[in-house]
Design a protein around this ligand. Structure first.
Ligand SMILES: *Cc1c(COP(=O)(O)O)cnc(C)c1O
Length: 379
């Protein structure tokens, strides 16, 4: 009888030490940059040099392949390094579609770095299928998706957009950082590649910068070999210790994230019913414009990120932030501690984020304490 093993079990099983003779139950760290060569020129361990590969990186990559149901994975020194690797597979004259509210640095990289190498791009409202179809050009080779979006939590239809991309001979790559495979499975919805800033929920403790790409089963073989080559030649690889931290984080990913999702839902409901709050952006609330799509696309929960609009401007929003005691004011997300951030002032001058928007990354603290903190800050 074959039975599909569940995510929680797979996360433990796939991260167990492999080929370790000590009997160690926890993983070892292999800081070595170089590996022994035999007299006949061969490398018995399969490892040569850590920029090419390393036991800690290999374990992390193999784990990601299993968790995502992909064909190959590549780990990077940051989420942005993973994103840049995808863009570097394109050629001068290619055109990419990017969400109009993509992670801020994605747009900046395309505009400030890749445009000079001949990559064209169009910003699109990915919640509007007509707009997506209209933006596709003959030279479009990549559709970049991020759902939910940052910081307005807009949901785009990964299945429908992957289909449109494929009909136009373009790849569809999904930044799944905010969901992880626990909540959303882009490869099963038709995407070719999934991208992660593993800095966030995978690591989970705000202490390790890293990123990854996972290829779907139907992604072209050539893409995987190109990405492998870029990973090695650009050298933006995570250290063995970073890989070890992310691998360790994966063991508790499901447990942490589901608790964060539960807390986020309760906090969103509380904030939604508070008259000081002008708007709550959270896909699990019934009034969210893509609530129905979110339920289908993220069946296990709509994530642990939300944003609220409060007061009339930046000063009033910042005043509320200053009254919060349990939420640390800092950028980033996905750690076990709750964070808040005035998003617009972090993004830069051309940010379209509303002045009075506060982005919240909900942690694993007790929900009563988190709600009480907002209650006293809003008084
Ligand atoms: C943080 C983040 C990134 C960038 O990842 P880094 O690890 O900071 O380079 C990309 N996309 C999303 C959605 C993120 O939250």
């Amino acid at each position: 009888m074959t039975r599909k093993i569940q995510f929680e079990t797979l996360a433990i099983q796939s991260t167990e030490p492999q080929g370790d003779e000590s009997g160690s139950v926890a993983n070892a760290i292999y800081p070595s940059t170089t590996f022994k060569r035999e007299a006949d020129g061969s490398y018995q361990s399969g490892y040569i040099y850590t920029r090419d590969n390393n036991p800690n990186r290999q374990l992390l990559e193999q784990t990601l392949v299993q968790l995502e149901g992909g064909q190959a994975a590549f780990a990077f020194a940051s989420g942005m390094a993973a994103i840049s690797a995808v863009l570097q597979t394109l050629k001068a004259g290619d055109h990419v579609l990017i969400p109009d509210d993509a992670y801020y640095s994605v747009h900046a990289a395309v505009k400030e770095v890749f445009a000079r190498w001949g990559l064209a791009h169009t910003l699109v409202d990915m919640t509007n299928m007509g707009a997506v179809e209209a933006a596709i050009q003959d030279t479009t080779t990549l559709v970049w998706l991020e759902s939910p979006s940052n910081p307005l939590l807009k949901i785009s239809d990964i299945r429908a957009i992957s289909k449109v991309a494929h009909e136009n001979h373009a790849l569809c790559v999904v930044d799944n950082t905010w969901c992880t495979p626990v909540l959303q499975r882009p490869l099963e919805l038709g995407a070719d590649v999934v991208m992660y800033s593993t800095t966030k929920y995978f690591g989970g403790h705000s202490d390790c910068l890293s990123g990854a790409l996972v290829m779907g089963q139907q992604a072209p073989d050539e893409l995987a070999s190109q990405l492998k080559n870029i990973q090695k030649l650009n050298g933006a690889v995570p250290s063995p210790f970073d890989c070890w931290l992310i691998t360790r984080g994966i063991k508790t990913l499901h447990l942490r994230l589901m608790k964060q999702v539960e807390n986020a839902k309760k906090l969103a409901e509380f904030l939604h019913h508070n008259d000081k709050i002008k708007a709550v952006h959270f896909p699990d609330l019934a009034h969210h414009p893509q609530h129905d799509l979110a339920q289908v696309q993220m069946p296990a929960g709509c994530g642990a990120m939300l944003s609220v609009q409060v007061g009339h401007n930046q000063t009033e929003a910042m005043a509320i932030i200053s009254h919060l005691k349990l939420f640390t004011t800092a950028t980033s997300l996905g750690g076990i501690e709750s964070l808040v951030e005035h998003r617009k002032s972090v993004e830069g001058d051309d940010s379209l984020t509303p002045d009075n928007l506060i982005r919240i990354s909900v942690g694993i603290e007790h929900i009563d304490d988190l709600i009480f903190d907002w209650q006293q800050a809003l008084k």
